[in-house]
Design a protein around this ligand. Structure first.
Ligand code: 5GP
Length: 199
């Protein structure tokens, strides 16, 4: 079935199940491609170039910056991170959809960029941004504690960040609450199906 190629931007505070939801979408929808960011930081552990990130030298990243090759970029703890424009355009031109996993600040930059594009641009035509909300900050705290991977200080920091991000959920076209993973996933699929004309 021919569907409308979407440019999906997904944001969620940490602990909201965003990675799980994206993995589920990628398994189910063979025509959705995950956007791989570029970074100048060193690979960690099992990370692979071209899979987890495109690992670039600072010089190469700065060259690409000069060429205006990024839809958005940020400096995080002294390392550059950015999303290239060309893979998004290529995926959409092939009739597939692209999904971008990015924080609220990065999403705002992408939104501004997309707004500046002509109405005929595939990125603008297919653009949709979605915010995944936790059911509540209390529930998010319970989940982060239950995950057992973060120290109490890190959890407090994540919760502060989450509160700040949730305050900006209104900037998004759609908000989906992850109160129950399978329900949230279904709502996400219904939204994508409706927007891409899959139903
Ligand atoms: P990490 O080095 O732990 O993989 O990521 C560090 C931070 O960089 C995270 O907050 C992550 O969301 C952010 N990040 C990863 N890729 C991008 C990107 O393409 N653009 C922006 N603005 N931030 C990114």
């Amino acid at each position: 079935m021919k569907t409308k190629p979407l440019f999906i931007v997904l944001s969620a505070p940490s602990g909201c199940g965003k990675s799980t939801l994206i993995d589920m979408l990628l398994q189910e929808y063979s025509d959705i491609v995950y956007s791989i960011s570029c970074t100048t930081r060193e690979p960690r552990g099992e990370e692979e170039d071209g899979l987890d990130y495109h690992f670039l030298t600072k010089e190469r990243f700065e060259e690409l910056l000069k060429e205006n090759a990024f839809i958005e970029h940020a400096l995080v703890h002294g390392n550059y991170y950015g999303t290239l424009k060309s893979p998004i355009s290529e995926v959409l031109a092939e009739g597939n959809s692209m999904i971008l996993d990015i924080d609220v600040q990065g999403a705002a930059k992408v939104r501004d960029y997309v707004r500046s594009l002509p109405n005929t641009d595939a990125m603008k035509i297919g653009y949709v941004d979605i915010f995944i909300n936790p059911p509540s900050l209390e529930e998010l705290r319970d989940r982060l504690v239950g995950r057992g991977t973060d120290s109490p200080q890190t959890i407090e920091k994540r919760l502060m960040n989450a509160e700040g991000e949730m305050a900006r959920a209104g900037e998004y076209m759609y908000r989906v609450t992850n109160d129950d993973l399978s329900m949230c996933y279904k709502r996400l699929c219904d939204l994508i199906d409706a927007l891409s004309g899959r139903m």
